[in-house]
Structure formats: structure tokens, C-alpha cells
Design a binder for this molecule. Structure first.
Ligand code: CAA
Length: 259
């Protein structure tokens, strides 16, 4: 697939989307958001792809929504831009495949928000995170006010969002914004290993685990537990449940078919 602002490649069972507008530090303009939207549809539709990686070309993961595009927006256009970004990020978050952010550099504003719409964040030591919007006269617009407090807690999210403070990878790890921090040259190997480990599990089970965790993070525990019982039951209608358990009993390698 050909895009102007992103690249999309397949490596075995892994789909890798790279934000590729390095001269603007991969800032998200509406054209880039629409390309991401198309790429996410393609990733979802491709049955061979069992895990997804999002990363950025150059020194940024994504330095935010495109300030030059936003500068002269009016109320209606601002709302539309926010709705577009949120729609694309929700599509990623709700995709029935695990998504890992390989955060190679600046993840600011919409970039931090993009990383938070992924399931797991692995950061290079060069990564920097923050929601600097208040210094630009706006609120975070692609989910930052919602996902950051859910990830790091209300007080820490408020401090970061109210001050616009930018934190390094070590601090991002300390506050629970990233899973781990690695040397820049190890980032893609580390993330690909993780993606391949996930891709080796039963894909429908992984998809249902993601759905149950996502649902449970947004509802009361009884609703979440009831949903878990639903998806747990559904697993027993899959070939891969029979294969996984039979292979265990027969002490042989399993061979999942994504069915
Ligand atoms: N939008 C548009 N262009 C951007 C950009 C952005 N978010 N971030 C960087 N760029 C552009 C710069 O304008 C510059 O372009 P020119 O070469 O044409 O001048 C180019 O990328 C390189 O940037 P710098 O020269 O600034 O690079 P630096 O290394 O000196 O600084 C930086 C890096 C600290 C990340 C700095 O670029 C910066 O502060 N960027 C803006 C970060 C920001 O505020 N992001 C939040 C945006 S608002 C948002 O995202 C709203 C939302 O929630 C949806």
C-alpha cells in the first residue's frame, strides 16, 4: 500500500506502521490521520497479521497534531479535527489485534495520545512524553484527558496536562506510562520479539483478552466479570482452544489456526 505520510509493511505475522513525515517530526495533519485510518482498516482486514507495531521515522514518534494546520481553525473545524483524530485512535484501540507502540523519540500531544491508544508502549531512552497543549491554548484533543488519567492516575495526569511538562523515558517508566525502556538500537528488535511472542499465542484468545481488558477498564467490576465469562465461554467454540489444550496433554508443540 502506498501512502504519502506513513509506511505500512508486513514482516511475517507483524504489521508495521511508521509515521514518515520526519521534516515535521511526524506531526499529525488531517491527511496523515486519514492515511492511518486506511492503514488500520487494512491491518484489521489482513488475516495473516496477528500483531501491529506503530513507530516513527527520525527523531520523533509523533510531535503532536499539526500546529500549522490547527492554528486558524474555528470552533466547528476544531471540533471536527478532534473528532477525526479520536475516531482514528478509537479504531486502533478497538482493533481486534494487539498493538505495540515503539516510541523512538518525541511523543508529545497527539503523539503521546497515539501511543496511549496502543495496548503496550516500549520506549527508547531517547523518547520524551508530554501533553503540552495548555501552552498552545488548547486542551489535549485526541483522547489525552481520558487515557492519561486511566494510565497514570488522576493526580499525575492533571500535573502533566496542567503544566505541559515533558518527561523523559525514565520518568515515563516510573509513572507507568511505558512498559520498559531500551537502548535506541535495540528498540525495534525488542518490540518485534514482543509482537512475535504475542503472535504465537492463540489469536482469537488474544483478541478476546484485549476486548475484555478494554471493556473492564471502562465499567464496574461485575459488568467486567460478566463480560469475561462471555468471552471465556466463546473460546471453547474455537479450534485453537482444542488445539492448545490437546497439544498440552500430548506434550507436543501447538499449531494455532486462528479459528
Ligand atoms: N506541528 C507542526 N509542525 C511541527 C510540530 C507540530 N506539532 N512539531 C514540530 N514541528 C515542525 C517544526 O515546526 C519544524 O518545522 P520547520 O523545520 O519547518 O521549522 C520541524 O518540525 C522541526 O521541529 P523543531 O525545529 O521545533 O525541532 P526541535 O528538535 O528544536 O524541537 C520539539 C522538537 C520540542 C518536539 C518541538 O518541535 C516542539 O515543541 N513541537 C511541538 C510539540 C507540541 O506542542 N505538540 C502538541 C501539539 S498540539 C496537539 O497535539 C493537540 C492534540 O492533542 C490533538
Amino acid at each position: 500500500m502506498e501512502f504519502k505520510n506513513i509506511t505500512f509493511v508486513k514482516e511475517g505475522k507483524i504489521g508495521i506502521v511508521t509515521l514518515n513525515r520526519p521534516k515535521a517530526l511526524n506531526a499529525l495533519n488531517s491527511e496523515t490521520l486519514r492515511e492511518l485510518d486506511t492503514a488500520f482498516d487494512a491491518l484489521y482486514a489482513d488475516k495473516e497479521i496477528l500483531a501491529v507495531i506503530i513507530t516513527g521515522e527520525g527523531k520523533a514518534f509523533v510531535a503532536g497534531a499539526d500546529i500549522s494546520e490547527m492554528k486558524d481553525l474555528n470552533t466547528i473545524e476544531g471540533r471536527e479535527f478532534g473528532i477525526l483524530g479520536n475516531k482514528v485512535f478509537r479504531k486502533l484501540e478497538n482493533m481486534g489485534k494487539p498493538v505495540i507502540a515503539a516510541v523512538n523519540g518525541f511523543a508529545l500531544g497527539g503523539g503521546c495520545e497515539l501511543s496511549m491508544a496502543c495496548d503496550i508502549r516500549i520506549a527508547s531512552v531517547k523518547a520524551k512524553f508530554g501533553q503540552p497543549e495548555s501552552g498552545l491554548g488548547i486542551t489535549p484533543g485526541f483522547g489525552g484527558t481520558q487515557r492519561l488519567p486511566r494510565l497514570v492516575g488522576e493526580g499525575m495526569a492533571k500535573e502533566l496536562i496542567f503544566t505541559g511538562k515533558i518527561v523523559d523515558a525514565k520518568e515515563a517508566l516510573r509513572i507507568g506510562l511505558v512498559n520498559r525502556v531500551v537502548e535506541p538500537e535495540q528498540l525495534m528488535d525488542e518490540v518485534k520479539n514482543l509482537a512475535n511472542t504475542i503472535a504465537a499465542q492463540a489469536p482469537i484468545a488474544v483478541k478476546l483478552c484485549k476486548a475484555a481488558i478494554n471493556k473492564g477498564m471502562q465499567c464496574d467490576i461485575d459488568t467486567g466479570i460478566a463480560y469475561e465469562a462471555e468471552v471465556f465461554g466463546q473460546c471453547f467454540s474455537t479450534d485453537d482452544q482444542k488445539e492448545g489444550m490437546t497439544a498440552f496433554i500430548e506434550k507436543r508443540d501447538k499449531c494455532f489456526k486462528n479459528s
